[in-house]
Design a protein around this ligand. Structure first.
Ligand code: GLN
Length: 486
């Protein structure tokens, strides 16, 4: 038998059900692996060892008494922007580096209620702003495939922890690509659900109209199990959708015969490099061999997605982040001379430079006289993008493309060039602008590094995405490849 930590979430679930492993054994195996490998990878900010061992013990008791749920005793770890009652919740920032949340985020409480064992809190770009996980106050996360390279961001800790088998399942959030891009860079599977599918209650806000919680794991099947747990209506989030949650695992085996895959011509133009194009072609061949057909579609306004996103997201961030003032929670500057000095120095010392850049851009875009020229215009573009997607999805079941323009880049390579960093999200942000579900799944490797393909579906069409990705994973081995040293 392979090591416990080699098993996927679904395989661990089976082992618990068959009683070939206990939750205590599983939890201990992951905690030991975290202890030995986290110093090198820096994926966890906090490891909740004692609490994890306690919940594992309770899980084993529940299993032996027959009171367990289907998921009791399985491990998970949370991106450090999900509030966790009594546990440090930093959002990757100095300004929250001493913040112990007084309640659980909706996602966290759903996982607890299902009996999942939380291993700890995962590193991330500060306030989820970034595409490389280099913006964390707690230092960069390293990609297990090549530790000189970034794991992607902002859910870089989540993706690298899954890739290095420090947890079989991790939560993440995706505002412009932060689940899908790191999944692509680390050879993992990630799903960003439809806006409103997963409650944002207790999820520290970056850009509220775009933020959406989701998951990273080894397979689409694992994501289907996890999504069923965290999706669903929550009255504490006014944008939470009042729709029932399907059993995402039930549809995984559906045939792809007759399914239509749309290829946006804007994603496959001459800016896409040859090796990435070849990798995508190989995935498309598998789709075709499973009976799907491929059609060209057009997303006419997708080129405007990045500029519009980088007005809307910072505008919302500048407003959301005004609550961090050194008074109510988090970091407070030493010996303030008056109230203004307290605000200015707490924020000046507490926020990192990328966060400050976003606050400046956002405040500018929202200021009187500029609002119509920037923010309003960006919202108009957003509507056009949404219409493009809905129009395209009338003639296909799923939209296909690369998740990222290239494979994982070297740490430090883009950090001093924000625009080239922002362009990392060129294929992912439009999905958020349209509020649609998107997933990234393992594609063929390029020069020893993972790549991902992206599927975007109709609103609340997560099961269509997971079904398609699962079928591809049943027919290929790309999701089974492991980083050599991990
Ligand atoms: N890289 C994008 C940004 O920095 C997206 C981040 C995200 O999805 N949270 O805003």
């Amino acid at each position: 038998m392979s090591d416990i930590t080699d098993l996927s979430f679904s395989e661990l679930k089976k082992a618990l059900q068959e009683k070939s492993l206990s939750s205590t054994e599983i939890t201990l195996a992951f905690l030991e692996r975290i202890e030995s490998l986290n110093p090198e990878l820096n994926t966890f900010i906090t490891v909740t060892r004692d609490e994890a061992m306690r919940s594992a013990k309770n899980a084993d008791t529940a299993i032996s008494r027959g009171t367990a749920t289907a998921y009791t005793g399985l491990p998970i770890a949370h991106k450090d922007l999900f509030c966790t009652d009594g546990v440090l919740t930093t959002c990757g920032s100095k300004i929250l580096s001493n913040f112990v949340a007084p309640y659980d985020a909706h996602v966290v409480s759903r996982c607890k209620a299902a009996g999942l064992v939380s291993l700890g809190k995962l590193n991330m770009d500060e306030f989820a702003m970034g595409s490389s996980n280099e913006n964390s106050y707690f230092g960069p996360v390293r990609n297990p495939w090549d530790t000189d390279r970034v794991p992607g961001g902002s859910s870089g800790g989540s993706a690298a922890a899954v890739a290095a088998k420090l947890t079989p399942l991790a939560t993440g959030t995706d505002t412009g690509g932060s689940i899908r891009q790191p999944a692509a860079f680390t050879g993992t599977s990630g799903i960003k659900p439809t806006y409103g599918r997963v409650s944002r209650f207790g999820m520290i806000a970056y850009a509220s109209s775009l933020d959406q919680g989701g998951l990273i794991a080894h397979t689409a099947e694992d994501l289907a199990h996890g999504l069923g747990l965290i999706a669903g209506h929550d009255s504490r989030d006014s944008t939470s959708a009042e729709r029932s949650v399907p059993d995402y695992t039930e549809v995984l085996n559906g045939s792809l015969k007759g399914k239509v895959i749309g290829l946006p011509k804007q994603f496959f133009d001459d800016r896409l490099n040859n090796s990435m194009r070849d990798a995508m072609d190989m995935v498309l061949e598998v789709f075709k061999s499973l009976g799907a057909s491929v059609v060209e579609i057009s997303l006419d306004h997708v080129a405007e997605a990045i500029p519009a996103y980088y007005v809307i997201a910072p505008a919302e961030a500048s407003s959301n982040l005004s609550r961090f003032d050194g008074v109510r929670f988090g970091y407070r500057a030493d010996k303030p001379t008056n109230l203004l000095d307290l605000y200015e120095r707490s924020r000046g010392e507490g926020f990192g430079s990328e966060v400050k850049r976003r606050i400046l851009i956002g405040t500018y875009a929202l200021s009187e006289g500029y609002y119509d020229a920037y923010y309003k215009k960006a919202q108009q573009i957003r509507r056009l993008i949404r219409d493009d997607f809905n129009h395209a999805l009338a003639s296909c079941d799923l939209i296909f493309g690369p998740t990222t323009p290239s494979t994982a880049f070297v740490i430090g390579e883009k950090i001093s060039d924000p625009v080239s960093m922002y362009l990392e999200d060129i294929y992912t942000v439009a999905t958020n602008m349209a509020g649609l579900p998107g997933g990234s799944f393992q594609a063929p490797m390029i020069s020893g590094l993972p790549t991902g393909y992206q599927l975007t579906g109709p609103a609340f069409g997560e099961s269509i995405i997971l079904n398609a990705a699962h079928q591809i994973q049943m027919a290929t081995d790309w999701h089974r490849l492991n980083p050599e040293n991990f």
